[in-house]
Design a binder for this molecule. Structure first.
Ligand SMILES: [Zn+2]
Length: 317
């Protein structure tokens, strides 16, 4: 029997839920939610988080999250239909306890997911939830970025194995291994961001600029890294910081795929690079086809292929 996106079990839940017995969430953490009434219910002797009108909002947030997530599932279905799913879970971080970073929207939690069990876990941050709630309240549509967040995270899900492999390079205290991990971030985020970029959302407008930026960024990072002694977590975090992966990565992936598939898909990839540059739309099927090729570019092959941009010996391979 064929899978269908409607049959998938998607659970979005507030984490922690304000009504959990051991929940430490107080009304003061939730005042950012439009419509949240931060007043004790004196008649019933209940804290604000237990008020009926607020409980209704919790349910709405969960339903709204599932709605947006399922839309993205449908968009990505041609790539997802072969995966065995038991359940997809989304932990909604309404209190900012799980993630207090300012710029994040959502994450694929690879370490809380299991391919064998078919259980995949994500988190939704307050920034994106806020956009959801505002769009709903004002009856407006989400911007392209917010709309494509789950497509990005679902591509990470499809890339599960390579992401797991990559983390090993990050956990090592060998600078050369960490530097490989830095390069792999362009692969991971580059592939995940293809959906957004191929739909015409570009910060970098052409391949040449992306390659130039790639070389500059990598050279700067390499200069800061001391290859003569072991690293620690803080050094790795500093090495990986920045948002260039999202802007440069997709272009690098397209360029490498064009090399890799020069006998079969050259025209499709070459046209795609040209169309992006000249602001021409790319067809949905082509976008999914390219993402699929991207996911087949494994980490080791990718690392070998990126050597072409740098002087001999730059890459610690
Ligand atoms: Zn990502």
């Amino acid at each position: 029997m064929d899978n269908s996106p409607e049959d998938l079990k998607v659970f979005a839940y507030l984490a922690p839920h304000p009504l959990d017995d051991d929940s430490i969430i107080e009304g003061d953490c939730l005042t950012w939610i439009p419509g949240f009434l931060n007043e004790e219910d004196e008649e019933e002797g209940l804290p604000a988080t237990y008020r009926e009108c607020n409980i209704k909002i919790y349910d709405e947030i969960e339903a709204l999250t599932e709605f947006h997530f399922k839309n993205s599932i449908k968009n990505m279905w041609p790539l997802l239909s072969k995966i065995q799913f038991q359940s997809l879970q989304i932990a909604i971080d309404i209190s900012g306890i799980i993630n207090n970073q300012k710029n994040t929207s959502a994450s694929y939690l690879h370490n809380k997911s299991s391919q064998i069990e078919g259980i995949y876990t994500f988190s939704l941050d307050r920034n994106l939830l806020h956009s959801y709630l505002q769009a709903k309240a004002n009856n407006t549509v989400l911007d392209n970025y917010d709309l494509s967040v789950w497509e990005h995270e679902l591509i990470h899900l499809l890339d599960h194995e390579e992401i797991l492999k990559g983390t090993l390079y990050g956990l090592s205290d060998a600078p050369s291994e960490n530097f490989k991990y830095f390069f792999l971030k362009f692969r991971q985020e580059g592939i995940a961001h293809l959906h957004y970029v191929l739909n015409g959302n570009l910060k970098i407008k052409n391949l040449d600029t992306a390659i130039k930026d790639f070389i500059v960024f990598a050279t700067e990072k390499k200069a800061k890294l001391d290859f003569s002694k072991p690293t620690n977590q803080a050094i790795v975090e500093e090495l990986l910081s920045g948002f260039e992966y999202y802007n440069i990565g997709p272009w690098i992936i397209l360029d490498l795929l064009r090399d890799q598939w020069e006998n079969i898909h050259y025209e499709m990839l070459n046209d795609c690079i040209a169309n992006l540059k000249s602001n021409q739309p790319i067809e949905k099927e082509t976008i999914l086809e390219i993402i699929k090729l991207g996911l087949q570019l494994d980490s080791i092959t990718y690392l070998k292929m990126t050597e072409k941009y740098f002087d001999k010996g730059f890459m610690p391979l």
